[in-house]
Ligand binder design. Structure first.
Ligand SMILES: Cc1ncc(COP(=O)(O)O)c(C=O)c1O
Length: 357
């Protein structure tokens, strides 16, 4: 089974289906696709690839700092957020880390590469997989060097309570624990400014952002990290390999964050499609569906002898099986919210596979 969503090549090969024929619901990419502004920027500036990009990425870092109302030296961009997860873990060199499960796989891989001991904090199904105040108790008890939390979380699509998140940030500041908040999907929340306002006063807060999901550029790659711990940001800039972000990606990143028309259109479209897809999924008696704040939906299939991912592949539809997320069993799945027409295809295929609805 693929470690991540979006692995259409591997899944197609395994199922004996041409990957080009698969409709991919396993990667959580904005269904509106690449913004028009990005397309024309790339087409009109292809010549930038004839030169090395500015190794300091000055314009890109300035644009990110401006968009987030923070200082230039609080920002580092990366070749996707993933580069920064690994770079941050290397720079922090934690010996004991806490992870919330289920959660995104790359935190664990990055920590394991550094030989870091990991404590899992299980989000319980009884609490609807939501973060509760017991996380604060666990942090006080274990005193890890760092804690990763994704807001909203992947694969559940749930956003923790804002008050609780602020309490967690205050606690970590007091106990001098690095709080690494993965805001990869925060742009999908219309009011989502996350914890950025706390950066001015915090030295233990790290905000990871991805541009690949919201702006539909997973193949181009771009993400960034914000932190008030400017010495650490400088260390990361000085110790990483040069030119990890290609020149086209750096150029696109300077303009993306101000494309208000695309941002607004995405919020409206995704909210409409998500609500409709949720309603249709919830209509299947054998599916238990969680409410989502973002562009993907998490559910459990009560037919335990049915592998929904395999069954839907026969309809040339790829969904994310969540069996390899620690803390989940083989009955959980995640689907992206796609276009109206594509979502209908998913519902029709599910109707056929489940013979109900
Ligand atoms: C929660 C979360 N964080 C980070 C990433 C990585 O994002 P990027 O494509 O910017 O490396 C992903 C990708 O799926 C994700 O789900």
């Amino acid at each position: 089974m693929s470690e991540h969503g979006g692995n259409v090549v591997e899944m197609g090969l395994q199922a004996g289906i041409d990957p080009a024929l698969l409709l991919d619901f396993s990667a959580n990419i904005n269904p509106l696709g690449l913004p028009e502004s990005v397309k024309s920027l790339i087409v009109n500036n292809l010549q930038v690839i004839e030169h090395y990009p500015d190794v300091e990425y000055r314009h890109l870092h300035q644009a990110i700092a401006r968009a987030n109302q923070c200082d230039y030296d609080q920002v580092i961009a990366g070749n996707g957020e993933t580069e920064l997860i690994y770079g941050l873990v290397r720079a922090l060199a934690p010996r004991l880390a806490m992870l919330l499960v289920p959660g995104f796989a790359e935190y664990r891989r990055a920590l394991q590469q550094q030989g870091c001991q990991i404590i899992d904090y299980a989000l319980s199904e009884q609490d609807g997989f939501q973060v509760t105040t017991s996380l604060l108790d666990a942090v006080r008890t274990h005193r890890p060097d760092c804690l990763f939390i994704a807001t909203p979380n992947n694969p559940t699509g749930l956003m923790p309570d804002a008050g609780l998140l602020n309490q967690l940030a205050t606690l970590c500041e007091t106990l001098q624990i690095a709080l690494i908040v993965d805001e990869a999907f925060i742009d999908f929340l219309p009011s989502g400014s996350g914890l950025a306002a706390r950066l001015k006063t915090s030295r233990y807060l790290y905000l990871l952002r991805s541009l690949t999901k919201f702006f539909a550029i997973p193949g181009l790659r771009l993400g960034y990290l914000l932190s008030g711990h400017t010495e650490l940001i400088t260390l990361m800039k000085n110790t990483r390999e040069p030119w990890t972000i290609n020149a086209l990606s750096a150029l696109v990143g300077q303009h993306l964050l101000t494309d208000e028309r695309y941002i607004q259109a995405s919020h409206e479209y995704i909210a409409r499609q998500r609500d409709e897809l949720w309603r249709r999924l919830d209509g299947f008696p054998s599916l238990v569906v969680w409410k989502s704040a973002v562009n993907f939906i998490f559910f459990r299939c009560l037919r335990h002898n049915l592998n929904l991912q395999q069954a839907l592949l026969q309809h040339h539809i790829l969904i994310r099986h969540c069996a390899n997320f620690p803390g989940l069993d083989g009955s959980c799945y995640r689907v992206a919210v796609r276009t109206e027409e594509q979502n209908k295809k998913l519902i029709n295929a599910l109707t056929d596979v489940l013979q109900e609805g």
